[in-house]
Design a protein around this ligand. Structure first.
Ligand code: AMP
Ligand code: ZN
Length: 109
């Protein structure tokens, strides 16, 4: 997608330090973090939102990447939250999973 900021990051047209990267998935810090750790887990392919995702292998890859980063950042101890916005709720219309922490049990959305 020509005008998509996450596609530009995937194609390295915009420099970005990745926390994790493979051929299909990239992870980088959110530019406006709402928690001390706030990462975005993003497929490199342009997929708008969950309704647009029809590749089980890519879903599995996103899940595996989440597991790697959750463990690496010790979020399994600190507490974490994942959020996927869709439809009109998205600021960036390229599928991404917010991974945030630390999160305490009593904290509300
Ligand atoms: P959403 O509302 O779920 O689409 O969230 C998009 C997120 O992307 C927001 O939290 C933004 O702060 C973040 N964001 C937008 N542009 C960039 C960028 N260039 N690098 C990192 N994060 C970004
Ligand atoms: Zn895109």
């Amino acid at each position: 997608m020509d005008n998509c900021i996450f596609c530009k990051i995937a194609k390295k047209e915009i420099p970005k330090e990745f926390i994790y990267e493979d051929e299909d998935v990239m992870v980088f810090p959110d530019i406006h973090p709402v928690k001390p750790i706030h990462l975005l887990v993003v497929p490199k392919k342009h997929i708008v939102d969950l309704l647009d995702l029809d590749e089980p292998l890519l879903l599995e890859k996103l899940h595996n990447t989440l597991k790697i980063v959750i463990r690496e950042k010790n979020l399994s101890e600190l507490g974490y939250r994942t959020v996927i916005n869709g439809g009109g709720a998205q600021e960036v219309p390229h599928l991404h999973i917010h991974l945030m922490g630390p999160i305490q049990p009593a904290q509300t959305l």
